[in-house]
Write a protein that binds this ligand. Sequence first.
Ligand SMILES: C[S@@+](CC[C@H](N)C(=O)[O-])C[C@H]1O[C@@H](n2cnc3c(N)ncnc32)[C@H](O)[C@@H]1O
Length: 237
Amino acid sequence: MFTRDEASRFVPRGDGDPQNDAFLAWELLYRLEPELYDRLASAERLHPAVVGWLPRDVDRIAEVGAGTGRLTMELIERGRRVVAVEPAQPLRRILRRKLAAAGHAARVPVIGGFFDELPLPGGFADLVVACSAFTPSSAHGGAAGLGEMERVCRPGGCVVIVWPNHLDWLAARGYRYVSFPGPMCVVFDSYHEAVELAEIFFPQAAGEVRRRGRRQVPFEVLGINPPRDLAFKVLAG
Ligand SMILES: C[S@@+](CC[C@H](N)C(=O)[O-])C[C@H]1O[C@@H](n2cnc3c(N)ncnc32)[C@H](O)[C@@H]1O
């Protein structure tokens, strides 16, 4: 299932049990059921102000852990060149398909890589960003991964962690925090899609999703922290 590089990060002792390790379960989902994962990620839309906050008209953008492109597709118009780094091959395939359908395959290379070993030169990008991908654990970034994001960012450029967790950890490393208010819903394709995905991913909320009878479900109902925030650092120029 995993390449050697993936296994060394996601199952370092080779004895992972996805029943007890949620991070490992997600990594397996990306590789075994990437289309199912994409249906969920597509419904969990970012707060528009998060995208609006990001720098625009920049030369180069690097996104790490791009997945199936929830943020990537929004970055296309913000940089002359966007590079998407994503370790999971099945997610890279879906992202390339979406980019091709939007006519941007040539302008947005999608490459393999990990936070802690980014295949990009130092000072490459004006904006280096990750969305719902970075954590303080070494498997999903950690100090080495944040160091790599900052290495790839040019002096005066901006490193942004969208939908961050562990705010104190980032604040201790000089990251400032922004959050945007307002009600937010997960927007499924249909009511039936809402019920089906709730039964798989949020079984504790499936009854409430069914009772509401709508394709829009408030994030709180599903027990998810809404994607309304970001942490950022402008590197010294
Ligand atoms: C929850 S998904 C988010 C994907 C996408 N950024 C989005 O917002 O839809 C987490 C992503 O982080 C990627 N990822 C996990 N570990 C990583 C690592 N060590 N380096 C880079 N990306 C990683 C996964 O493959 C997955 O695409």
